[in-house]
Ligand binder design. Structure first.
Ligand code: ATP
Ligand code: PRP
Length: 205
């Protein structure tokens, strides 16, 4: 049995569509329910629906053999896993943004609001810029509007959230997309099954 960690939320449907395309269907999964585990007995697989930011830990610990996770999560946390494929979905960037017209005061520490604390620290330390990092869990765009931070480090896709909140990108930090990952031990002992999925995914992305 192969356990597959699927991210709930915006990557979930796109990821499941890919697996459906390669023959790993599970009709129950698209039904409206609170279930978190779905099995395809014929294919000998089991989907686990997990928070996007938890996929890496499920896979590292072997609770899931394989999974799909945003590169943003892999940059933010160190996981002992194999990153096998770029799935070319969930495409966005991690960028720095600020209120339109914002001018940086280089004499002061820069106040940075973000979900991506490690990524932001790494970026600013590469610039030798001192920062105060303010960890938020969502609605990051509010921070500069309320004077909580000077800038934000966050995901930008269409740019609509920034625009509607009078913010602008100052710099792009990383290109992001969803990655197909595997547990290292599973990759060794369930190699044929995982390689087979990897090969089929390659054909449809
Ligand atoms: N606006 C976006 N456009 C495209 N991809 C995005 C966007 N926002 C996030 N992503 C990608 O999709 C992944 C899942 O995002 P989603 O918003 O569904 O989860 P989340 O609420 O950030 O997760 P969690 O609840 O675990 O904090 C992110 O890790 C990122 O790779
Ligand atoms: O450039 P856009 O297409 O507008 O997308 C970017 C927005 O999407 C994400 O937020 P999400 O919807 O996950 O909400 P959150 O505030 O809870 O993180 C991200 O944090 C931005 O706010």
């Amino acid at each position: 049995m192969l356990n597959i960690a699927l991210p709930k939320g915006r990557l979930g449907d796109k990821t499941y569509s890919l697996f459906e395309k390669i023959g790993y269907k599970c009709d129950e999964l698209t039904e409206d329910s609170r279930k978190l585990i779905f099995e395809n007995k014929e294919k000998n697989i089991r989907y686990l629906l997990v928070k996007p930011s938890d996929v890496g830990i499920y896979v590292e610990k072997g609770a899931a053999d394989i999974g799909v996770v945003g590169k943003d999560i892999l940059l933010e946390n160190v996981y002992d896993i194999y990153e096998l494929l770029d799935l070319n979905l969930g495409i966005c960037k991690i960028s720095v943004a600020a209120l339109s017209g914002y001018k940086e005061d280089t004499e002061r520490k820069l106040r940075v609001a973000t979900k991506y604390v490690n990524t932001a620290k790494k970026y600013y330390s590469s610039l030798n810029r001192e920062t105060d990092i303010i960890k938020l869990n969502g609605s990051i765009e509010l921070a500069p509007i309320l004077g909580l931070s000077d800038v934000i480090v966050d995901i930008v896709e269409t740019g609509n959230t920034l625009k509607e909140n009078n913010l602008k990108v100052i710099n792009d930090i990383e290109e992001i997309s969803a990655r197909f990952i595997a547990n290292k031990t599973s990759y060794k002992f369930k190699n044929e099954e995982i390689k087979n999925i990897e090969k089929k995914l390659r054909e449809v992305i």
